[in-house]
Write a protein that binds this ligand. Structure first.
Ligand SMILES: Cc1cc2nc3c(=O)[nH]c(=O)nc-3n(C[C@H](O)[C@H](O)[C@H](O)COP(=O)(O)OP(=O)(O)OC[C@H]3O[C@@H](n4cnc5c(N)ncnc54)[C@H](O)[C@@H]3O)c2cc1C
Length: 408
């Protein structure tokens, strides 16, 4: 049986462990003054420039070109690109805040900003040669939309089973195959694309290439007819003997699988931010209605049964946000973040589904109509459990890392 002596020893050890595990980490979820200013700028842009066009983009199933131009003009497409290349020279948390704020209003625009800032820009920024950075970063910061092309029809969760090949011929690679589900590909000028340069080596042949719109043999298929995110183009990218000069290999030949896996870990925090923003946007569009709408002679918000549900959902959103900010700060500080990134993608996408379902329930019949934004939030949210690694894949990662942690 444990006596007081044992309890005090346990308390002592717990104190040491707690102090040690937190002392290396700055206050994780607190935002700096600069970050708060940027957050306000993103929120203002979302309200003033995006909100008035959401319905129209939904009907035409296209992202408004003026909005995209505005994103570049305001520095939202080069958030972490250094100023010498025309970028904003900001940090990863700022990218996260951009995605969160824009998602409160429209996830079609936020997914474009997310993929560009959390996947393609960092890949070139961190792996690019001096020439590649000089050539592509200024364009990415100021005018060119980009795509990240990994998935294929036969390789989604098992992404490294890809069939697209890159055969070396002289100083060029000849690319053949078809990529599927490629976001932004309908409007992209620059593609970061994975192809296997040596299938005999399995996934160790996968190599990352920078492709440009207009390369002979590169063509984009029609947009997928989707449940949600209907304004965001998701298309096949066909490669028919596309000649890519070897100077367009990004990083080392055969390391593409490492790069894709590594950068997608960061991307997942971005999707977490999208899920939090979407949840908050849907919640914000709901509570004022509950405060006004009367049934049984009272505002429906006054019913305790409803208040408890609201409190629970608000708590889930807060927890989800803290997980996203925590994972972002771990990444920024060079601390291990893979488990936290997978957890935050898993949790935020589950929470966001719960939030949109609850909000529609609380709105009653009107929440089921297209006169209110809730049904769009409800459709858009579904991609969150699928792209950048499904929920099952996140759970596989989390369990693997926990197993390793306890085995060591
Ligand atoms: C809107 C949208 C945008 C996208 N944008 C891009 C993009 O820009 N670039 C890009 O490269 N890709 C993109 N994707 C592709 C996306 O990453 C894949 O759809 C995703 O990885 C899942 O692959 P899949 O669709 O082939 O499903 P599958 O891999 O076939 O999975 C089907 C089901 O099986 C489960 N499953 C598979 N393997 C396991 C396992 N080992 N254990 C347990 N369960 C398992 C999955 O969790 C899922 O529930 C996008 C997808 C969508 C829907």
């Amino acid at each position: 049986m444990l006596g007081l002596k044992h309890l005090s020893a346990i308390r002592h050890i717990t104190k040491i462990l707690t102090t040690r595990s937190y002392s290396a980490v700055p206050p994780l979820t607190k935002l700096t003054d600069d970050e708060l200013l940027m957050k306000e700028a993103f929120a203002k842009f979302a309200q003033e420039k995006i909100a008035p066009k959401v319905r129209q983009m939904e009907e035409t199933k296209t992202q408004d070109p003026e909005i995209i131009k505005g994103l570049f003009e305001n520095g939202f497409m080069g958030i972490e690109i250094d100023e010498e290349y025309g970028g904003t020279g900001s940090n990863f948390m700022t990218t996260i805040l951009a995605v969160e704020e824009l998602s409160k209003v429209d996830s079609n625009i936020s997914i474009l900003v997310d993929i560009h800032n959390s996947l393609t820009n960092p890949l070139i920024k961190r792996l690019g040669t001096a020439e590649q950075k000089q050539k592509y970063l200024p364009k990415l910061a100021t005018e060119s939309v980009s795509s990240f092309a990994l998935s294929e029809a036969g390789s989604g969760s098992d992404a490294f089973a890809m069939k697209t090949t890159a055969k070396k011929e002289g100083s060029n690679y000849i690319l053949n195959g078809t990529k599927m589900w490629i976001s932004n590909s309908d409007i992209a000028d620059i593609f970061i694309l994975m192809a296997n340069a040596d299938p005999s080596k399995g996934h160790r042949g996968i190599t990352t290439f920078i492709l440009e719109k207009g390369m002979e043999g590169l063509s984009i298929g029609k947009k997928e007819n989707k449940l949600g995110l209907v304004a965001s183009g998701t298309c096949m990218v066909h490669l028919d003997n596309v000649k890519v000069p070897e100077e367009n290999v990004l990083g080392e030949v055969g390391k593409g699988y490492q790069y894709a896996a590594g950068f997608l870990n960061e991307g997942r925090i971005g999707i977490g931010a999208q899920m939090v923003g979407l949840s908050q946007g849907c919640f914000d569009a709901t509570i004022p209605y509950l405060l006004e709408r009367k049934q049984f002679g009272k505002e429906i918000y006054s019913f305790q049964g409803l208040q408890y549900q609201v409190a629970e959902i608000a708590t889930l959103i807060e927890a989800a946000r803290l997980m996203v900010y925590n994972a972002a700060r771990l990444q920024e500080n060079g601390l291990p973040f893979l488990k936290e990134a997978a957890m935050c993608k898993l949790f935020t996408s589950q929470v966001a589904q719960k939030v949109t379902i609850a909000c529609i329930d609380w709105m009653g019949g009107v929440g089921f109509t297209k006169d209110f934004p809730h049904e769009k939030f409800y459709r858009d949210v579904k991609a969150g459990t699928i792209y950048e690694g499904t929920s099952n894949i996140q759970m596989t990662t989390i369990a693997k890392l926990i197993g390793r942690q306890y085995a060591s």
